[in-house]
Design a protein around this ligand. Structure first.
Ligand SMILES: NC(=O)c1ccc[n+]([C@@H]2O[C@H](COP(=O)([O-])OP(=O)(O)OC[C@H]3O[C@@H](n4cnc5c(N)ncnc54)[C@H](O)[C@@H]3O)[C@@H](O)[C@H]2O)c1
Length: 333
C-alpha cells in the first residue's frame, strides 16, 4: 500500500499557490502550505478554500528568507513546489533589496533544504519576464535571458541557482516558467484584475499604463495543472529541465481591454496614467510562449481559451464579497 504523497507549497496563500493547493488536493495529495508569517495570522486566499480542501491541508506560517523556517517546512515532503516570491515589477523599482532577499536568497534556502533532506522533487517557479521582450517568437526555453526589471533579474537569479544545484549536486529540480497567468484571486497589480475590478466597482474610465505590450495569458487553473504535470511526471522526463507554460496566443493590452468590455457587456474608455507607464527600456513589449516541450513531455494543454477564462474571472470579481477584498480606487503596486 502506498501512502498519500505530501506536497509542500511555498507561496500557497497567494494567487497561483491557492489554486495549486486545490489542484493538488483534487489529485489526491496531502498539502503542507506555507503562508508568509504576518502579525494578523492571515492565511491569505487559503482562508477562502472549501472545508473539504482544507481538511487535507496543513497551514504553516513561515518565511523563505529564513533557512530554518524552510527546512522545517520541507521535512518529509515528497515534492516541494516553490512559488513564494515578490512578484510586482513596479514595486521592484522601489524595494529591490527585498526582491533579492526573497527571490534569490529565499530560493537558495529552498534548494539547501531540499538538498539536505533528499527531497525527491523540487518544482521551482520562474517567469516569462526573464526572457525580456521577445527576440524570436514564439519564445522557446532556448530564448536568451534578458532581464529588464529588478523583479526579472531576481527571478533569473533564482533560476540560475536552481540550474547550478542540479548540475553541482544532482538536486532533482524542475523549473516551470509560466507566462502571464490570470483568474480569480489575482491581485489588482496585474492588468486583468485592474480592468475587471474597476469595471465591477462601477468605473467606466479605466486608468492603465502602456496599451501596446502584448502578452500570452493563461487561465490560472491551467497554470496550476502545469505545476502538477511537472511535479508528478517521471523524473527522467523532467528533472534538470525548464518548461514554458503558456497558450501560444498573443494579445495587446489595448485589445485585451476591448475584449473584457465585450465579455462583460460594458463600454470601456481607457485613460493612460503616466504613473503606470514603465521606463521605456524596462517595459517588456512582447511575450508569447512556445510550450511544445511541456505539451510533448507531459501531455499538458490549456483547457480555457482567453474569453472563457475572462468570463470566469469577471464572475469572481462581480461577486461583492470578493470585490470587497480589493482596493479598486488606488494604483496597487
Ligand atoms: N501571476 C503571474 O502572471 C505569474 C507569471 C509567471 C510567474 N509567476 C510566479 O508565480 C509565483 C506565484 O505568483 P502569484 O502571481 O501567485 O503571486 P502572489 O503574490 O499572489 O503569490 C506569491 C506569494 O509568496 C508569498 N511570499 C512573499 N514573500 C514571502 C516570504 N519571504 N516568505 C514566504 N512567502 C512569501 C506572498 O505572501 C504571496 O502569497 C511567483 O513565483 C511568481 O514569480 C507568476
Amino acid at each position: 500500500m502506498t501512502s498519500t504523497p505530501l506536497a509542500a507549497v511555498t507561496g500557497a496563500e497567494g494567487f497561483i499557490g491557492s489554486h495549486l493547493v486545490e489542484a493538488l488536493v483534487a489529485a489526491g495529495h496531502r498539502v503542507r502550505a506555507m503562508a508568509q508569517y504576518n502579525s494578523f495570522s492571515s492565511y491569505g486566499w487559503l482562508e477562502t478554500l472549501s472545508e473539504e480542501v482544507l481538511a487535507e491541508v496543513e497551514i504553516v506560517l513561515g518565511d523563505v528568507r529564513d533557512p530554518g523556517s524552510v527546512r522545517g517546512f520541507a521535512e518529509g515532503a515528497d515534492c516541494v513546489y516553490h512559488l513564494a516570491a515578490l512578484i510586482a515589477i513596479p514595486y521592484s523599482y522601489r524595494a529591490p533589496h527585498s526582491y533579492v532577499d526573497t527571490n534569490v536568497t529565499g530560493t537558495l534556502n529552498v534548494l539547501e533544504a531540499v538538498r539536505a533532506l533528499d527531497t525527491p522533487r523540487l518544482v521551482h517557479t520562474s517567469t516569462s519576464e526573464t526572457y525580456g521582450t521577445a527576440q524570436t517568437v514564439p519564445i522557446t526555453e532556448d530564448h536568451p535571458i534578458h532581464t529588464q526589471s529588478p523583479y526579472a533579474a531576481s527571478k533569473a537569479g533564482g533560476d540560475r541557482l536552481a540550474d547550478s544545484y542540479h548540475a553541482s549536486f544532482g538536486t532533482p529540480v524542475v523549473t516551470l516558467r509560466p507566462f502571464n497567468t490570470f483568474g480569480p484571486r489575482q491581485s489588482m497589480r496585474a492588468v486583468i484584475p485592474t480592468v475587471i475590478g474597476q469595471l465591477a466597482a462601477g468605473e467606466r474610465v479605466i486608468t492603465l499604463g502602456d496599451l501596446r505590450p502584448t502578452r500570452d495569458f493563461t487561465y490560472v487553473e491551467d497554470t496550476a495543472r502545469a505545476f502538477l504535470a511537472v511535479g508528478t511526471a517521471d523524473a527522467g522526463q523532467v528533472v534538470g529541465r525548464t518548461f514554458n507554460a503558456g497558450t501560444g496566443g498573443e494579445i495587446s493590452v489595448g485589445d485585451l481591454v476591448a475584449l473584457i468590455g465585450k465579455v462583460t457587456g460594458t463600454e470601456v474608455e481607457v485613460r493612460e496614467d503616466a504613473e503606470r507607464v514603465r521606463p521605456a527600456a524596462s517595459e517588456v513589449m512582447r511575450l508569447v510562449a512556445d510550450a511544445t516541450r511541456l505539451r510533448e513531455t507531459t501531455g499538458w494543454a490549456p483547457a480555457h481559451d482567453l474569453e472563457r477564462g475572462l468570463a470566469r474571472t469577471a464572475e469572481f470579481f462581480q461577486d461583492p464579497a470578493n470585490l470587497a477584498r480589493y482596493k479598486t480606487g488606488i494604483y496597487n503596486v
